[in-house]
Ligand binder design. Structure first.
Ligand SMILES: NC(=O)c1ccc[n+]([C@@H]2O[C@H](COP(=O)([O-])OP(=O)(O)OC[C@H]3O[C@@H](n4cnc5c(N)ncnc54)[C@H](OP(=O)(O)O)[C@@H]3O)[C@@H](O)[C@H]2O)c1
Length: 336
């Protein structure tokens, strides 16, 4: 019997980790679900049984073989320090991703990195995962010279409170004719309903945001390309689920577009949806609830040498966090 604890089980990612483990096919799995406050006492169904979310205690977590942290960064930092030397930890937060002693793993991309873990494995940022799932096959076939990405990120990337805010602001604007934005209780620096905000996370002195540098640094680490020339602009849009990315990739060797589409069709977890004449391309409404990364609008860039343009979309909660966390649980159990 493998014992797995999911911390933050009542959150957007945690709930999807539980659902993912439910259908994972892993035999003999005993789950413990914990949270901080609001979710305690709620139940989630796991293999026909209603499991109650309990208060998080270190002794409870220490009795598990694997602990999956679906908690905010500071909570993860604290829990990891208290659990060190106990169960193997999979952390979905940004707390340890760039720690050189912690492998940063996408199970479908760099599973071997998980073999060298020292009790802790980090899962990447949601925007990073969907990008790297497409970049890796391109790197392996053509080589990578440069990457530039503009993201269109859904509010669920910030957690359940942000989804409630978008809903409430939209309702107040549409139905009551009020602004509906309360700057003292907001997940965003501006109203998010009927708006587009070119800021995700806080700004660094060089003008990039922390989110933008997370994408750059995490992609470099996972791909094993510390010198990859890469930059991003991360933008928040009023969509509930599904991050989109406009991506310019300059390859070392020139890529033929048909060959590239065939390559991506064969890539694990990637779906090519590229029929613009029929208005078929990736969109949040298509990827919401799915466990694939969608890529389309594939064409040559007119402004660079060997440049390719593409449009990528994926469910940020599943592909961007929960699916990978479940795959990491499977990977760890298969490694014994
Ligand atoms: N959302 C995404 O697209 C995404 C993608 C990749 C990575 N991530 C990362 O995944 C983590 C979870 O994100 P989320 O979107 O699921 O957030 P969320 O919906 O806000 O859920 C957070 C959960 O963490 C629990 N929690 C908070 N502090 C805790 C503590 N000290 N001890 C135990 N539980 C605690 C909360 O419990 P209560 O409900 O009981 O208060 C809540 O259930 C974050 O680190 C986030 O950065 C998120």
């Amino acid at each position: 019997m493998s014992k797995v604890a999911v911390v933050g089980a009542g959150g957007l990612v945690g709930g999807r980790v539980v659902a993912g483990l439910d259908k994972s096919g892993i035999d003999s799995l005993e789950l413990t679900l914990t949270g901080l406050g609001k979710s305690i006492g709620k139940t989630l169904t796991f293999r026909g049984e209603d499991l109650t979310i309990e208060k998080t205690t270190i002794s409870k977590l220490k009795s598990a073989d694997i602990v999956v942290l679906c908690t905010p960064t500071e909570a993860s930092r604290q829990l990891v320090s208290e659990l060190r030397g106990g169960p193997v930890i999979i952390d979905t937060s940004s707390a340890f991703r760039m720690d050189p002693d912690v492998p940063l793993v996408i199970a479908d991309i760099n599973p071997d990195d998980a073999k060298n873990h020292k009790g802790l494995i980090a899962g990447p940022n949601c925007s990073t995962i969907q990008l790297v799932m497409v970049l890796k096959p391109i790197l392996d076939r053509y080589g990578l010279e440069r990457v530039h990405v503009a993201t269109y990120q859904a509010v669920s990337g910030v957690g359940y409170k942000a989804c409630c805010q978008l809903e409430e602001e939209s309702f107040q604007r549409l139905c009551l004719g009020k602004p509906g934005y309360d700057p003292t209780d907001s997940e965003f620096p501006h109203p998010i309903a009927f708006n587009v905000i070119p800021q995700v996370d806080s700004f660094l002195p060089d003008g990039y945001t922390k989110e933008e540098m997370k994408m750059v640094n995490e992609s470099r680490k996972i791909l094993g390309l510390p010198g990859l020339r890469m930059s991003c602009t991360c933008v928040r849009v009023p969509v509930f689920i599904g991050h989109c990315e406009e991506c310019l990739v300059e390859t070392r060797e020139e890529a033929d577009l048909d060959d590239l589409r065939t390559l991506l069709r064969g890539a694990k977890g990637v779906v090519v949806l590229d029929n613009p004449q029929e208005s078929q391309y990736p969109m949040p409404i298509i990827c919401d609830g799915t466990e694939e990364v969608y890529v389309g609008r594939i064409r040559k860039d007119l402004s660079s040498r060997n440049g390719l343009l593409m449009w990528i979309a994926a469910d940020n909660l599943l592909i961007g966090a929960a699916t990978n966390a479940c795959n990491l649980v499977k990977l760890l159990l298969s490694q014994g």
